[in-house]
Design a protein around this ligand. Structure first.
Ligand code: HDE
Length: 713
């Protein structure tokens, strides 16, 4: 197989345009002499309809927008490549997984689900994680999320779920938030969503960065090998930077200070050469093990614990190029879980089956034509020849009189490929069944894995789930909905329900109000089961936590440190930390009362990156206040106190040396500081190497959540 790493860029270059040193023209190529004035009958007279230049410009502008995605409208993407590190030819014949070192171009888009295109990146929400592989055998799309399970079991409920979570229809409130009555009304009647709810109420739903999220294919898919044998597979993306989150209070503040936080983070990391990277892993379940587990592989509300089936790494993805044009690439890209190549196939997961219909259908209204595959970002680098013809905005000029098959006039071309020639053939699964509108009994467990998830969390993470639920349900006006939710939560864990109830000023109901819809309506006889709990055969799994997650590493690469300073700051101290950070690929930014420069204690000048007005603790990973004569100015600043207070509250590393140590005595949180807080790096000696080492090591731990019980009680 030929290495295709740059093939997609070469393909895109055909459509790229750059106006540098070129004349301004109309869309018809006529050079424009005056782009500032419309054609008028006299300088003060009415404009003339004849002005084709004005009409063309305004008409194009009037039609610039296309409908945003019905879900996942808000997103950001980048180009990169996928490289095979551990080929699996025995499992799949997919060409892009065959040879070690083989590189395939990709475009990856991350997104939130509920918000509009202009909504905040830091909403509490699932994140989309979609990868388009431009393989030599055609397009393969892995359209996943950063959570391995989903809210519902059957595609029929998807429009209901999305209607419930989107802003309420009468007043279009709230934007990009699940904390409102309609969402929780629906959830409280859908016990099958409880496992997903645990994930969405956890810090997975407020990632620190797109670069620090896991990705999951969610459904069980099939791999097919050359011999036509099938195994089931679950796909995993494991981030090189580990899996990290922000605090909920922080997320809300970021939404105000920089709603583009994740978009900017991805963009800047790539511009700075800190290319985001993930490993692609597979969990393989042999066909004969299909019914081996206490959960059904076809049920998308279940995961396969890594303790039962380990994840095998097969390759890595690196994102190394930002798009040239957001609309042309990130907005017009069209993913579809049904875009598969020979060697990959579907399972009968009823959610996946519904998705296989939805994605082409939605592109027809979003992109406006069945020719969306011709849009440069969607174009396959494998040759495309068929008898599909015409339609809005058709680009291709198909030659000849033949547009049907079979034909003799065209010599039978384009001709079908035999399986040995790479022709796609579906896995020949035997299906012998009655046609039913129903659900399998094996889908009836709605609480077993919700319990597994909750019980796998650290105490800190459990407390964050409790607080998230208090927040979300606290925004629900209808008491009956809150009560139903407490009942469902008690099925996951009594202690969880009781703690949430305290925050709501309610008590957990002892008699469960039977949820009226658990996948089947009472009138329907087909598979009408009560929701139940099936104990998971795994009692706890570190892969499900963020804090004990095996993907985590102490790297601080690409992290940002705020250096608070004023005139008289120690030049050595600043240089010491900045250099130490640079060695770790992290960066320090000077934040001072005003933009411009500040004077150092050595009469030098330091460039100021942000003023107190434009910066905020929530936009940085850690804070450092260096020694200096200006500490008294900082001590009196409300902005500095708020900065430090937020950093402390969000459990970030705070470093102070020399005279700056005094700031901790006057800080609003001074009385809460404990002696064993390893996130506070205090040093009387200025510019010491050990200070920088300790500061960086502490940053590698990400956050010091042990502070929290003291903060909130
Ligand atoms: Fe999607 N989903 N979805 N979804 N989804 C869309 O397709 C849909 C589901 C996911 O960056 C839409 O092109 C149905 C699960 C991502 O462009 C639409 C069902 C998972 C993206 C659609 C699901 C996803 C979408 C809207 C239930 C995780 C963004 C725009 C049967 C595995 C892709 C579009 C991008 C987008 C339908 C459930 C992931 C309407 C009907 C489960 C990451 O077709």
């Amino acid at each position: 197989m030929e290495n295709l790493q740059d093939e997609k860029q070469r393909d895109l270059s055909i459509n790229k345009s750059d106006g540098t040193n070129k004349f301004l023209t109309t869309d018809q190529g006529v050079r424009i002499n005056d782009d500032n004035n419309s054609l008028k009958a006299g300088e003060r007279g009415p404009s003339l309809l004849e002005d084709f230049i004005l009409r063309e410009k305004i008409t194009h502008f009037d039609h610039e927008r296309i409908p945003e995605r019905i879900v996942h409208a808000r997103g950001s993407g980048a180009h990169g490549f996928f490289e095979v590190t551990n080929p699996i030819p025995e499992l799949t014949k997919a060409g892009f997984l065959q040879e070690s070192g083989l590189k395939t171009p990709v475009f990856t888009r991350f997104s939130t689900v509920a918000g509009s295109r202009g909504s905040t990146d830091l909403a509490r929400d699932v994140r989309g994680f979609s990868v388009k592989f431009y393989t030599q055998e055609g397009i393969y799309d892995l359209v996943g999320n950063n959570v391995p399970v989903f809210f519902i079991q059957d595609a029929a409920k998807f429009p209901d779920l999305i209607h419930a979570v989107k802003p309420e229809p009468h007043n279009e409130i709230p934007q990009a938030a699940s904390a409102h009555d309609t969402f929780w009304d629906f959830i409280s009647l859908m016990p099958e969503s409880m496992h997903m709810i645990m994930w969405v109420m956890s810090d997975r739903a407020i990632p620190r960065s797109y670069r620090m999220m896991e990705g999951f294919g969610v459904h069980t898919f099939r791999l097919i090998n050359e011999a036509g044998e099938s195994s089931f597979v679950k796909f995993h993306w494991k981030p090189k930077l580990g899996t990290h989150a922000v605090a909920w209070d922080e997320a809300q503040k970021i939404s105000g200070k920089n709603p583009d936080f994740h978009r900017q983070d991805l963009w800047e990391a790539i511009e700075n050469g800190n290319f985001p990277e993930w490993e692609l892993g597979v969990q393989i379940i042999p066909s004969e093990d299909e019914e081996k587990y206490e959960f059904d592989l076809l049920d998308p509300t279940k995961l396969v614990p890594e303790e039962l089936v380990p994840v095998t790494i097969v390759g890595r993805m690196v994102l190394n190029k930002n798009p040239d044009n957001f609309f042309a690439e990130t907005e017009q890209i069209a993913f579809h879980p049904g875009h598969v190549v020979p060697g990959i196939d579907f399972s009968n997961d009823p959610l996946l089956q519904g998705r296989l219909f939805s994605y082409t259908d939605t592109q027809l209204s979003r992109l406006g034509s069945p020719n969306f595959h011709e849009i440069p970002i969607n174009r396959s680098i494998a040759p495309v020849h068929n008898n599909q013809r015409d339609g809005h905005m058709r680009q291709e000029i198909n030659k000849g009189r033949v547009s049907y098959h079979p034909n003799s006039l065209g010599g039978g071309c384009p001709y079908q490929a035999k399986i040995a020639e790479g022709g796609f053939s579906s896995f020949e699964e035997r299906v012998d069944a009655h046609k039913v509108r129903g659900r399998s009994e094996s889908f009836a467990d709605h609480f077993g894995q919700a319990k597994l998830f909750f019980n796998s969390q650290t105490e800190t993470e459990k407390s964050h789930i409790v607080k998230a639920l208090r927040f979300e349900l606290g925004k629900v006006d209808t008491a009956a909905i809150r009560l139903r939710m407490l009942g469902l939560l008690s099925q996951v864990e009594q202690d969880l329900a009781e703690k949430v109830a305290i925050g709501l000023g309610m008590t957990v109901p002892t008699v469960l109000e039977t949820p009226i819809n658990h996948g089947v309506s009472p009138e329907n006889e087909n598979g009408n089961q009560e929701p139940k709990t099936v104990e998971s055969s795994v009692s706890s799994s570190d892969a499900l936590t963020m804090l004990n997650n095996p993907t985590n590493s102490p790297t601080i690469a690409s992290r940002k440190v705020a250096i608070l300073a004023a005139d008289g700051v120690s030049e050595n101290a600043v240089a010491n930390i900045k250099n130490a950070l640079l060695k770790e690929d992290a960066k320090g930014f000077i934040i001072a009362p005003n933009l411009g420069t500040i004077l150092t204690d050595a009469d030098g000048e330091l460039h100021v990156d942000f003023s107190f007005l434009t910066a905020s603790s929530v936009l940085f990973d850690a804070v450092y206040v260096p020694d200096g004569l200006g500490i008294s100015i900082l001590a009196e600043s409300d902005d500095v106190n708020e900065f430090l207070n937020d950093a402390y509250k969000h459990c970030k590393v705070i470093g102070v040396d020399g005279a700056a140590s005094a700031l901790l005595d006057t800080a609003p949180f001074a009385s809460k500081i404990t002696n064993d807080d390893q996130g506070l790096i205090v040093e009387s000696e200025v510019s010491s190497e050990s200070f920088a080492t300790a500061f960086i090591a502490a940053m590698g731990k990400h956050r010091f959540w042990d502070r929290e019980p003291n903060l909130y009680n």
